[in-house]
Design a protein around this ligand. Structure first.
Ligand code: IVH
Length: 665
């Protein structure tokens, strides 16, 4: 077989494995075998650039090239659906259709998936374009990002598909992925996504498709458009497109009577909570395309379909007080403290009040009966006040003017909703928060130190800022409560080791506002050293791709502060890495992008820390414990029996040292 033939063979095989895994949920090979095939294909494609194919499975990995999206006019406008909220409105819809058609008809009932809609165009069996809804007339061309979504076929299966057609559906972030993403963001004090819909649409608009690839989006398709469609029935067409490799919902039903429609609605109103993705209603569609054409459209929506929206789950309870939390950045968040109330399966005692404007808009008073809602959101929110239930009116809730922790005056920056405490050198939660961020796993990753020890060291007056960590000696901490000789030594050695952490993570660890991990990497690529960054002007900064004015201003502000320059200088003197290792940067790859890897056992060729560094260097994530989300275990000798058992139970692949080194070669 020639190398070109092998490329074709691998492409076909990998498309099939992708489909088995992401659409059918029935993989035939292990992740590891998949990765090997993928790597073989990547290598061969690199050798034969002339045989490039836009729809090769390797394109799913995403690229680092940044670009703005091009606007594309939809061939068929993307309309929305009329919403209904009650069974009687559904019944009215049914009667209207019946009267208008004056013949028998069927209704196709589907879940209304709560993500972001997408229109895919296929030409000769290949995905040629993916466009967002935009304003319904034109949207953004997000093809590169969509190609990273494994449940969307790049090349179709089977036969009988029209030479050109569009198919529309919803891009979703599964609950599990969403919750994990928010946990990570919380740890980094980045703003949380309110719900999976925002997370999915935010992800789809990212400029860097490699990050999109790591976010594990999913897609359900529900609307086929074009000429020469296989059947007159919408439901039958969906069943057909399933054979071409598309993921369609397996809960869609065709109903012959209104009563059957109601059964579907009532069943899914509660059962939807067990689905892996968010839904916010049911869509009812007249099944026959001929009948759809007869019914036609209003200016905004089809007459042949409606959406029935589920009630967001809501409870009513008393507001006892409002407290305020100060985060690492000094942002002050108001929190409503409530009488405990049962809501969507959990007891809610606290709810977010977001910001001063929201409090003002609600005209909130202490003792008010408030409505708490948990729509697609994980954090419940207050959506209203039952003013009729006020017997005696309590104190009006007014946003505080001074920091609850240190007493400084709060400020509100232009264009921002939040109030800030600017006393970042003496406000305890800010100081501790900055140190906690600095030592955290994705930043300096200092083992043995956690929020409690940071609090203890701070209370004892041993540390006041991040640079103080490097002054600590074992003798300073050995006599502290709950500290033994061993843990004291571990901490000191952890701090010592952190001096080797690469510059990009140091830069992220400094905690400059808006400089997250990705931005830190971008900055290091562009500026190479802390000195270059300190001396960079606004123009230098905004000339770097992905760095906008907001980030640039924040960097300038940070280094303009003498206290921060002093901290950086002390870190440098202590031996913390302040410039990029050119060789190291050049060696970086995305070979392990999106993989969560557990290291276990004893190794021959490299130390655990070296393996940890390898994983990170190749875009993977080293995690401490095995879960269903673990991609594989880098297994050395003498792996612990409990880990082994857990791995076997969850069917997680084991990769030996040799295999791993081969993987990242
Ligand atoms: S059909 C002409 N089916 O709801 C109507 N839409 O308000 C084409 N959606 O923009 C849409 N699940 O993003 C249809 N099963 C489903 C859906 C669905 C969710 C979304 C879609 C659309 C919006 C309509």
């Amino acid at each position: 077989m020639t190398e070109i033939e092998r490329i074709d063979q691998l492409r076909e095989e990998l498309h099939r494995h992708n489909y088995n895994y992401y659409v059918l949920n029935a993989p035939e090979i292990s992740d590891q075998e998949f990765d090997f095939l993928m790597r073989e294909l990547q290598d061969l494609e690199a050798k034969h650039p002339e045989h490039r194919d836009e729809n090769s499975p390797t394109m799913r990995v995403g690229s680092d090239i940044n670009k703005n999206f091009t606007q594309v006019v939809h061939k068929y406008p993307m309309l929305s659906l009329a919403n209904t909220y009650s069974e009687s409105e559904v019944s009215d819809f049914y009667d209207r259709v019946k009267k208008s058609l004056n013949e028998e008809f069927e209704i196709c009932c589907e879940m209304k998936y709560d993500g972001t809609s997408i229109s895919l165009t296929y030409e000769n069996g290949k995905l040629s374009r993916a466009v967002t809804r935009g304003d319904g007339v034109q949207g953004d061309d997000v093809t590169d990002n969509v190609k990273t979504i494994r449940s969307i076929p790049l090349v179709l299966h089977g036969e009988g598909y029209p030479s050109e057609f569009e198919i529309r559906g919803e891009i979703l972030m599964p609950w599990e992925v969403f919750e994990e993403l928010n946990r990570e963001r919380e740890a980094r004090e980045e703003p949380l996504f309110a719900n999976p819909r925002n997370a999915a649409s935010g992800t789809l608009k990212l400029q860097n498709s490699a990050i999109v690839a790591s976010r594990k989006l999913d897609a359900y398709l529900y609307y086929l458009l074009g000429e020469n469609l296989p059947y007159d029935g919408h439901y039958e067409n969906l069943k057909e497109v399933e054979k071409w490799g598309f993921k369609i919902s397996d809960v869609t039903r065709k109903c012959k009577t209104l009563e059957e429609v109601f059964e579907f609605i009532r069943y899914w109103d509660t059962e939807r909570k067990n689905l892996p993705v968010a839904t916010d209603g049911i869509v009812l569609k007249v099944n026959s395309l001929r009948q759809q054409r007869n019914l036609g459209y209003t200016a905004k929506s089809p007459r042949w379909a409606i959406a029935y929206k589920f009630q967001a789950e809501r409870a009513c309870t008393r507001l006892n007080k409002v407290t305020y939390q100060v985060g690492r950045t000094g942002a002050v968040t108001p929190v409503a403290n409530l009488d405990p109330v049962q809501l969507a399966g959990t007891v809610v005692k606290r709810a977010s009040l977001h910001n001063a404007d929201i409090i003002e808009g609600l005209d909130l008073h202490i003792g008010d009966m408030v409505y708490v809602e948990k729509g697609g959101e994980i954090i419940p929110k207050i959506v209203g006040v039952d003013k009729d239930a006020r017997i005696m009116i309590g104190d009006k809730v007014r946003f505080i003017t001074d920091c609850p922790e240190c007493g400084s005056k709060l400020v509100r920056y232009k264009g921002e909703a939040a109030y800030y405490c600017t006393n970042d050198t003496a406000c305890p939660p800010q100081i501790k928060g900055k140190i906690e961020h600095f030592i955290s796993r994705r930043a300096m990753n200092i083992e043995g130190l956690g929020p409690e020890t940071v609090d203890q060291f701070y209370q004892e007056g041993l540390i006041h800022d991040i640079a103080d960590l490097y002054k600590l000696k074992a003798s300073d901490i050995i006599n502290l409560e709950r500290m033994g000789e061993k843990s004291a030594e571990n901490i000191i050695s952890g701090i010592e080791q952190s001096k080797n952490v690469p510059f990009e993570r140091v830069l992220f660890a400094l905690g400059i506002r808006f400089v997250g991990e990705t931005t830190a990497k971008t900055l290091v690529k562009a500026f190479k050293s802390i000195d270059a960054l300190i001396h960079a002007g606004l123009d230098d900064l905004i000339h770097v791709d992905e760095i906008g004015e907001k980030i640039a201003q924040s960097i300038i502000l940070y280094f303009a502060d003498a206290k921060n320059r002093d901290i950086v200088e002390r870190l440098r003197v202590a031996g913390v890495t302040m410039e990029a290792d050119e060789q190291d940067t050049a060696d970086r790859t995305e070979k392990l992008a999106g993989k969560s890897i557990v290291i276990s056992g004893v190794f021959t060729y490299h130390s655990r820390d070296e393996y940890k560094a390898f994983i990170e260097k190749h875009g993977g994530k080293n995690v401490g414990s095995i879960s269903s989300k673990t991609s594989f275990i880098l297994a050395g000798d003498n792996m612990g029996p409990s880990k082994l058992e857990k791995a076997q139970k969850l069917g997680i692949a084991m990769v030996s040292e040799e295999e791993f080194l081969e993987m990242i070669k």
